[in-house]
Every structure is written in C-alpha cells, then in structure tokens.
Design a protein around this ligand. Sequence first.
Ligand SMILES: NC(=O)C1=CN([C@@H]2O[C@H](COP(=O)(O)OP(=O)(O)OC[C@H]3O[C@@H](n4cnc5c(N)ncnc54)[C@H](O)[C@@H]3O)[C@@H](O)[C@H]2O)C=CC1
Ligand SMILES: [Mg+2]
Length: 281
Amino acid sequence: MSLRPELERLLAKFGQDTQRIEDSVLIGCSKQHEAWFALDLGLNSSSSLNASLQKAEMEIELKGSFTDLRKALFQLNTKDASLLTTAQALLRWHDAHQFCSRSGQPTKKNVAGSKRVCPSSKIIYYPQMAPVVITLVSDGTRCLLARQSSFPKGMYSALAGFCDIGESLEEAVRREVAEEVGLELERLKYSASQHWSFPNSSLMIACHASVKPGQTEIQVNLKELEAAGWFSHDEVATALRRNNPYTQQQNGTFWLPPKLAIAHQLIKEWVEKPSCSTLPA
Ligand SMILES: NC(=O)C1=CN([C@@H]2O[C@H](COP(=O)(O)OP(=O)(O)OC[C@H]3O[C@@H](n4cnc5c(N)ncnc54)[C@H](O)[C@@H]3O)[C@@H](O)[C@H]2O)C=CC1
Ligand SMILES: [Mg+2]
C-alpha cells in the first residue's frame, strides 16, 4: 500500500504544499522491505505563522502528541529511538545545507536524502557526524562521574568531549580527561559506539580507562564541568537500579543517563565487571 496519497491529503489538510513530500529522507526499511521516509513538517520554524495551530490539529488527526526529543528517548525502545534520531539528524543536516559554500547556489537533495549536490560547482555534500569520545575512568574500585551545568538536575555521566582535527581517538581521550579533571590515564579499552543527536549529529565512541594506582587526585576544570568525583561500586550500582530521573530529581539523589545513552551502557558494563578497564584489549 502506498502512503503517498494519504500523506498528500494530510499536507493539503494542514495547508502545506504537497510538493514538500520531495523533501523526505530515507531512514530505514521494515522487515517486509517497505521503505521508511521522514519528513520535517516545519512546525518549529518561526516562518510558519500557524505552526502551533497546525500542531494541535495534527495531534488530533494523528491521535498522538508532539514531545521533546530528549524526553522521547527515555520512553522509546532502541529500534524506534534509532529511527527517530536518524530522521532528526538527517532532516536537520538537509535544512542546514541548502546552499553551496563555494558557489552560494542552492544545492539539490537526491531522492533518498543521502547527499546534496551543487549543480553549479558540482560539489557533493554528504551528511556529517562529529566524533566525540566518552570515557569512564576507574581507579580499580571507584569510577569517575561528572556533570555539566547544562545537565538535568542531579544527573552525572562519564567524561565526554569532541575530537580535535588531526587527533586519534586515543589522543582525544587522554587530552579530554587531562583537560577536564587533570588525570593522566594508564590503560584504555574501547567499549562501543553510538550515533547521538545532541547538540548536532555526533558519533559517540565509548572507552573504559584506568589511572595509575595512587594517582587519583582530581582537579575539576570548572569552565567545563560543574562537579566531578569518584563514586564507589555500591553507589553506582544502586543508582543504576533506581534510575528514574523523575523521582531522583525530587529527592536529591544523583542519577545516571537513560538506558539508550551510551554513557549508561558504559557505566553498566563497569558495574557488572569493574576490572574491564584494566584487562588487556
Ligand atoms: N550519549 C551519551 O551517553 C552522552 C553524550 N554526550 C554528548 O557528548 C557531547 C560532547 O561532550 P562535551 O563535554 O559537551 O564536549 P567538550 O568537552 O568537547 O566541550 C564542548 C565544547 O567543545 C567545543 N566543540 C568542539 N567541537 C565541537 C563540535 N563539533 N560541536 C559542538 N561543539 C564543539 C564547543 O566549544 C563546546 O562548547 C555533548 O554534546 C553531549 O550531548 C555526553 C555525555 C553522555
Ligand atoms: Mg566535556
């Protein structure tokens, strides 16, 4: 069954140009090989005068409700979250790459949305991700967690930072940890990676790391972090078990990033196997 006529009907109903379907991007396909596309309805743009009115109408028509992307990540399963973040990242990339940076002319999207081409300069633009390292540092019995002032109240995570041009992942991990808490790392071990939508598209590369025995004194860089500290295995295991931000924010205890965040996986891996950062790679 083609959903195109249905989508055209909805767009027309909400006063949108049905040609906008051409702005859709391919984000995956079902087990039955049906292609899944995503389309930005532009409801957040300030140029859309009737945006809030249209939002309310759409919620009724589609029997759903619009929700903040970060909040949605607490509620979705891995598969749906991945579709949602791919859609959001790709649509945002297209929106920000409408013009060629060499010729200044409009660029043109291919059907799938996997690239844009400038007909004048012939430059092909591909969607980009910024590599970000995220590291859970351990001293053998405790792990180091930190928070930025922009984090939700009470949430602590592993140390993260963007890779600089020319750096290897290992160099980025060592530099970020040295910059943010003044520690020199001993061993590093790759854990896993994930695409992350915030602040734009990032490829999060997660590692465990250990410090030399006895070299655990931290100097928190207050320009980057609000607080950082060593947490015992018990404290972190307890926080993982009761990880519900909505109740934790109220009773003042610290809590950890949601299950879908790679920081959560990294912390969980350490809780289950505290020696993981010191084992040979
Ligand atoms: N998925 C997860 O589990 C987690 C994801 N993160 C993500 O990691 C990202 C990086 O962590 P931070 O400590 O904020 O990084 P950071 O320690 O490198 O500091 C951020 C600063 O880096 C600079 N920067 C350099 N390259 C940048 C780029 N391509 N885009 C934006 N800013 C750039 C900016 O000045 C920015 O203010 C965060 O945006 C956060 O969303 C952080 C923790 C957990
Ligand atoms: Mg950082």
